[in-house]
Design a protein around this ligand. Structure first.
Ligand code: DON
Length: 301
């Protein structure tokens, strides 16, 4: 595995331009675009990495996988009255579909759907972001996992679109807590800092059919399958079809430049390179995952 990761890191660094980080969140725009890390966590918890695999970066939308898992573990059925399970075919922060679909977001990974999921979790646990932090620290074994308040504050200055989405859903009765509460928890969960190592370990329950690091069950086997299915169809937004075609595994991207990918029964892979394509997915991250599944022959197909 180390030689394979070294080869992929070298090949992608050479062949694929790194691109530019997310511009709309000021604190992310300044991240060094040349950073590039890959970590693979085996289902037994062994992690192998290359490059910047131990450097913390902004989790952003990868957090949406964990929020959804927290809700599925506690109250699966009633969530699906409030959010769909279909690919959006639209950008992650689009407003247009919501009116046509009466305030029910297409899926839990676009921003509107993630805010509904955060709202749902907040009604159960109080502070969804704090619940997430506890879970991520336990699974990664890293107590230093934390919210970056600079990234949080920076995103708060650029929250008009997310607030519009949340208020719009509230007008349809699809927000149970005040919009300000949900927006605060949503932005904090996105601003969590973790490395490729931490994220690969935290996602292992998805490769272990629902089992946590301590051997307890978070999700049933069916729930883990469903969460992986939603990652495959919705995890990379309006590029999910192209991603499934090129890479062929469930994955979730974030505008921090990270992507968490899952090979059920085998391993998780987390890649990080801050430069994004027009869909908000890491350019080198997608390329590295493409090479990984091609060279290993591992995919869900
Ligand atoms: O709400 C936002 O726009 C960001 N905090 C998260 C967006 C994101 O990561 C989309 N993923 N590619």
């Amino acid at each position: 595995m180390p030689a394979l990761l070294d080869a992929i890191h070298a090949e992608v660094s050479e062949a694929v331009p790194h691109g530019a980080p997310a511009g709309y969140i000021p604190a992310l725009a300044g991240v060094d675009a040349t950073r590039f890390g890959i970590a693979v966590a085996d289902i037994d918890g062994t992690v192998t990495g290359v490059g910047d695999w131990e450097t913390p970066f902004s989790l952003q939308s990868i957090s949406k996988v964990f929020t959804l898992a927290m809700v599925l573990a506690r109250d699966e059925e009633s969530l699906w009255d409030r959010v769909g399970k279909e690919p959006s075919g639209n950008p992650f922060n689009s407003l247009v579909q919501l009116e046509n679909e009466a305030g029910i977001p297409r899926n839990p990974f676009i921003n509107a759907g993630a805010m509904v999921t955060t709202d749902h979790l907040a009604s159960i646990v109080g502070d969804a972001a704090a619940e997430l932090l506890t879970f991520l620290r336990a699974e990664s074994g890293n107590l230093a996992v934390r919210v970056d308040t600079e990234v949080r504050d920076s995103e708060v200055t650029q929250s008009d679109r997310n607030l519009a989405l949340a208020h719009f859903m509230a007008s349809y009765g699809n927000m149970r807590n005040p919009v300000a509460t949900v927006a605060d928890q949503y932005v904090r969960q996105c601003a969590i800092m973790m490395s490729c190592r931490d994220i690969a370990l935290s996602g292992l329950f998805l490769a272990r059919h629902g089992m946590r690091a301590d051997g307890s069950r978070l999700l049933s086997r069916s729930q883990a399958k469903r969460l992986n299915a939603i990652m495959l169809t919705c995890g990379t937004y309006d590029a999910a079809g192209e991603f499934a075609y090129r890479v062929g595994v469930p994955a979730k991207s974030g505008v921090g430049g990270g992507i968490l990918a899952v090979i059920p029964g085998r391993c998780t892979i987390c890649v990080w390179s801050p430069g994004l394509d027009t869909h908000g997915n890491s350019v080198r991250g997608v390329a590295a995952l493409d090479r990984f599944t091609t060279l290993t022959g591992w995919s869900v197909f």
